[in-house]
Design a protein around this ligand. Sequence first.
Ligand SMILES: [Zn+2]
Length: 279
Amino acid sequence: MENTIWHTLYNRAKAVQNDRTISPFMEAGAVGAAVLTAEGNIYTGVCIDTASGMGMCAERNAMANMLTNGEDKISKVVAVMPDGSSGTPCGVCREFMMQLNQDSRNIEILLSLDPLKTVRLGDMMPDWWGEKYLQAECCTIKELAEDLAGEVVYDIYKLCMYKPTFEKYLARISNRKQHKNFTVYGCYLHNELIGIAGICPYSQEVEITDIAVKKDMQKKGVGRKIIEYLTENYQLPLLAETDDDAVGFYRKCGFKITEVTTEKNNELCRRYLCRRSNK
Ligand SMILES: [Zn+2]
C-alpha cells in the first residue's frame, strides 16, 4: 500500500513534467513535483526558471497549488528530476515546508523509488531555527492545577513582580482573592507549567492582573497564546495596567494604550492602561 502511494505520487509528478522554453528569459517543466496532503489529496507543480531570479522550484509550486486549494498539511513529497530520478528538496523548499506547521517535521520525502528510500523532513532540518516558536502552538491553557501558594507557581509569578519575595507574593494573591471571581490560568507545555495569567472578570470586560512566562520560554509566542485564549474564552475586551517593561508586549498583542499616567512613588514611574477589543 505504502509502495503504491509513492508510485502514484511519482507518476503524478512525472505527468506534469514538460521541459520547455517559454521565452528567451524563461524555462519551465524540467522538474515535476507532487505533494500528498493529510486529507489525502495530491497537488502537483513544475519548476520555473527565469532571469532576474523569479523562478520557483517544482515542490514549492505544488505547495502553492495546495495552499490555493485551501490545504496546508503535507504528508508526502516527491520530485522527479529531468533524468527520471527522485530529487530531494532544496534548502528553500525545506524551509518553506518547515514554516507551514508543527507537523511538517513528519513530512516524508522520496529519495528513491526502487529500492524504496524515504527521509523525514525533520531529520533533514536538525536544530531548525523556528522550532522554539512552534512550542507555543503545542501549549494548552486551563485553570491552574497547582497550588497557587506553592513554590512552583511563585517561581513564574514572581517574574511579573517588582523586587519579589515570597511573603510579598502571598500578600498579593490573598489581596487578589478578595475579588470573588479572581481566576488563575496556567499555560502548560507537555504538562509542565510555563506561564500563568491572573484575571478578574467583570460583566463588560476582563482585567488581566498578572501575566508571566517562564524565562526560557519568553519571546516565543506563549504570552500571545494566553491573550488569545482569554479573548476566546470570555468574548470580552481585555484590560491590563502595566509599566514600561511590559507595555511593548501588550502593544504587540493588539492592545491599544488608552491612558498613560505618571506616578510618584519613591521614583517617577509610568503606568499604562491597555485595552484589547474582543472583535
Ligand atoms: Zn526548492
